[in-house]
Design a protein around this ligand. Structure first.
Ligand code: SAM
Length: 286
């Protein structure tokens, strides 16, 4: 099978099947061999790996994954792409095409059945409209993952990587960094896709921490505090938490906890590191 990373091969397949792009599914197909090779090498796929690909499209990245992995599961929501995938992936015996919404799939069940519950690698050129829910679902529902190597909107990749004191810092940065080590491995311009997206993209690899970088007694509470403080990021932390219906602590309790941690009472949430959010939640749940 000729690589779909070459634009003329992709165009040929799209014409053969009279394929119409569905905007609501975030369909931007990769047409750049160097970018595809970059994703594959950043993901470090070996012939022992079970790989989950989210949104295979016409199978461009999937072909590369099938060449290297032991087994690939490719989950695609658009039923019109299923016959195309059956065609473009016909040379490979190590791929299962699953016609489902990734947010409705029992991924843990799949990993138990196909990989004995051992950590998998996730590789994808993600549909941008659901990047954050997909990544949060993988982490928060504790799917056994070793790494997640994905193409996302450049701005979202930046948000995952930054620390306090920058405008991009927020709940996504803290969640990603609690679970994984992020590293942007490539910046990708719009002309590497068909159709071209309106924004720049980046490939980011999230390598799961063996153990969390901070000690937290109540993970769920820490994330409630984080979300509440960034929901109102212009407010002080005390006011942000006080206005939140899901944070059951009074202004006085929060002020006392901040004092214990040596933080000023008028500090904003956006100034706190992951370590400080962990300490704050440990202090409050005492
Ligand atoms: N992997 C292909 C490539 O690199 O050329 C396509 C990437 S395209 C950015 C995103 C793909 O995700 C599309 O094929 C789209 O139909 C699919 N998709 C969108 N929402 C999805 C969902 N909820 N579950 C599974 N696939 C989805």
């Amino acid at each position: 099978m000729a690589t779909l990373g070459k634009p003329q091969n992709t165009i040929e397949i799209l014409q053969k099947y009279h394929f119409n792009f569905q905007k609501q599914y975030g369909q931007n197909f990769l047409i750049d061999i160097r970018v595809l090779e970059k994703i594959i090498s950043a993901a470090g796929i070996t012939d022992e790996d079970y790989v989950l690909e989210i949104g295979p499209g016409i199978g461009t990245l999937t072909q590369y994954l099938c060449e290297r992995a032991r087994e690939v599961a490719a989950v695609e929501i658009d039923k019109n792409l299923i016959p195309i995938l059956a065609d473009t992936l016909s040379p490979y015996q190590n791929v299962e095409i699953i016609n489902k919404d990734i947010l409705k799939l029992d991924i843990i069940g799949l990993v138990k059945e196909k990989n004995q519950g051992n950590p998998i690698k996730v590789v994808a050129n993600l549909p941008y409209y659901i990047t954050t829910p997909i990544i949060m679902e993988l982490f928060e529902s504790h799917v056994p993952v070793e790494s997640i190597t994905v193409m996302v909107q450049k701005e979202v990749a930046d948000r995952m990587q930054v620390g306090p004191g920058t405008k991009d810092y927020g709940a996504l940065s803290l969640a990603v960094q609690y679970y994984a080590e992020p590293e942007i491995v490539a910046n990708v311009p719009p002309n590497c896709f068909i159709p071209r997206p309106n924004v720049g993209s980046a490939v980011i690899r999230l390598t799961r921490h063996q153990k969390p970088p901070v000690q937290v007694k109540d993970e769920a509470l820490m994330f409630r505090l984080i979300r509440a403080s960034f929901n109102q990021r212009r407010k002080t932390l005390i006011n942000g938490l006080n206005n939140s219906p899901v944070v059951p602590y009074s202004k006085k309790q929060v002020a006392e906890a901040l004092k214990e941690l040596g933080l000023p009472v008028n500090v904003r949430g956006e100034a706190l590191t992951l370590e400080q959010f962990a300490q704050l939640s440990n202090q409050l749940c005492r």
